[in-house]
Design a protein. Structure first.
Length: 147
């Protein structure tokens, strides 16, 4: 696998060697967000794009259009993305690494690598890392939330 790099010299594995360039890091109350820009479609290995913070869970946007957002949510042990909802977006979580809990409405559902959960628009949802290792979750949202 080739390596790309961003403007700060950080190296990101990519199939083509082209870089993902984080434009900005936006701080939210419950997460840090890194927003890479994809110049064109290419083969990706999502877990290699995960970024972690000891302070709060991290979100990495892998791809964004008006129609869809594909991203990663990365959690250190004990971190969570609190129960929240999206009035107009459906969301799909697919666990790539680790274990924890999906929060869905009034329920808590155990999950581990390979598990998937669909949270339709308007349904409160969240994720909690209850394991001892890192948790990486691939996220799809449609339509993409506005910036």
């Amino acid at each position: 696998m080739a390596m790309g790099s961003d403007r700060a010299g950080r190296r990101y594995p990519t199939a083509s060697g082209k870089s993902f360039v984080p434009d900005a890091t936006l701080m939210h109350s419950n997460c840090s967000r890194v927003e890479p820009v994809m110049d064109h479609p290419e083969l990706l290995h999502p877990t290699s794009l995960a970024r972690f913070s000891s302070e709060k869970m991290t979100k990495v946007d892998i791809f964004r259009s008006d129609r869809m957002l594909v991203g990663l949510n990365a959690f250190e042990a004990g971190q969570e993305h609190a129960l929240h909802g999206h009035a107009d977006q459906d969301k799909v979580y697919h666990v790539l690494e680790g274990e924890g809990e999906f929060l869905l409405e009034e329920r808590t559902i155990e999950m581990s690598a390979g598990a998937m959960l669909v949270a339709p628009a308007g349904v409160p949802h969240g994720v909690r890392n209850t394991g001892h290792d890192r948790l990486v979750v691939l996220v799809f949202m449609a339509p993409a939330p506005s910036r």
